[in-house]
Each structure stands twice: as structure tokens, then as C-alpha cells.
Design a protein around this ligand. Sequence first.
Ligand code: ADP
Length: 192
Amino acid sequence: MLNIILFGAPGSGKGTQSDFIVKKYGLQHLSTGDVLRSEIKSGSELGKEIDSIISKGNLVPDHKMIHIIAHYLDTLPNDCKGVIFDGYPRTVEQAEALTLLLERRNMEAVMIDLAVDEDEVIKRLLNRGKTSGRADDNFETIKKRIKIYHEVTKPVCGYYLKRHNYFLINGNYSMEDTFAQVDTILSLINKN
Ligand code: ADP
């Protein structure tokens, strides 16, 4: 199994790169942001709770996220070639939980970190906000999401670096040129 954690700031291109990877490698794509937004759309009580968290740019509590991931792993098809985790883990606690959940299934995950300059990230998110309809794609909330990213999420890199499961690439380039770097790493890992 080829399990990839696509990591990076909001707007670093995790979703876009996931689409490229799915096309070439046939992996399952788990975007926790998409899962949460579909819960909001359903209008459930949980969805309302999540909405009030996300629209303020805050993180959904770890225990809720870990529950979502555990459920997702339980429902993977038997012929699954691997998973792209897009938007998870966002805290060290989430990373530790993922390690346990994967170990129980004799699996592990490799992190690919998309490094993108802050100016570029803000530009992309403001641009996306014109059409995304996402309540969190406005300047105030973007700033808050980036702050939380640096304070709470960024340390997750260290967790994977220590485990020697970490690759850093430059995500400032075009989608295609960024994917060329991702692809080089994936073809290398896929061989082993
Ligand atoms: P982006 O990476 O562009 O900020 P996402 O679609 O990945 O967007 O996530 C949107 C929001 O969903 C986050 O700002 C956060 O509120 C919530 N979220 C997504 N994944 C997680 C997670 N693993 N832990 C906590 N909250 C999450």
C-alpha cells in the first residue's frame, strides 16, 4: 500500500496534487475538509457544530477527526492501492492516532510537504474565495488559518521527519511542475 500524507499550508495545493496522484496512481483520496463540508451540507446537528468551527478558521477537535479517519479506514475497499490523506493530520495528536490506526492494519504513511510562500498562499486562497463559496476563504479567516497552521499544524512535520518518512518539495511552481516533483518521489517509494 502506498499511503501518502499531503501536507502544507491552506492553499498550498494539496487538493490539486491529490487529483494528479489519483489519476496516475489510482489511490483513494481522503480530503477531511470535503468530509466536513459534506457533513455541514447534510444539515445534521454535528454539521451545524462543525460549521461554526470551520467558518471561524478553527480546527475541529482531535477526537472527532480521529473518529472520522478510523471509520474511513474501516470502509476501504479490499483492492485499495493506498490512500492520500489530504488535510489530516493537522495536530501531533492526530498524527500519533494515525500511526496507531495504520499499524493495526500493518500499514504506514509517508509525508510529502508542499512548501509554498505565504504571499502566494494568500493570493491563491483569495482567488479561490471568489468562486468557492467557502465561508473561510476571506482575508480575516485566511490569516487565522495560516496562524493556526504555523502554531499547531507545522510541528506535525517534525513527527514524520523523526520517523524518516518525510519529503519536502517546492510547491510555488505551476501545478504541473509541482506534480513532477511529487511524481518523482512517488515513483521512488512505489518501487520499494
Ligand atoms: P485548507 O487546507 O484549504 O484550509 P481544508 O478543506 O483542508 O482547507 O480544511 C478546511 C477546514 O476544515 C480547516 O480550516 C479546519 O477547520 C477543518 N479541518 C479539516 N481537516 C481537519 C483536521 N484534520 N483537523 C481539524 N480540523 C480540520
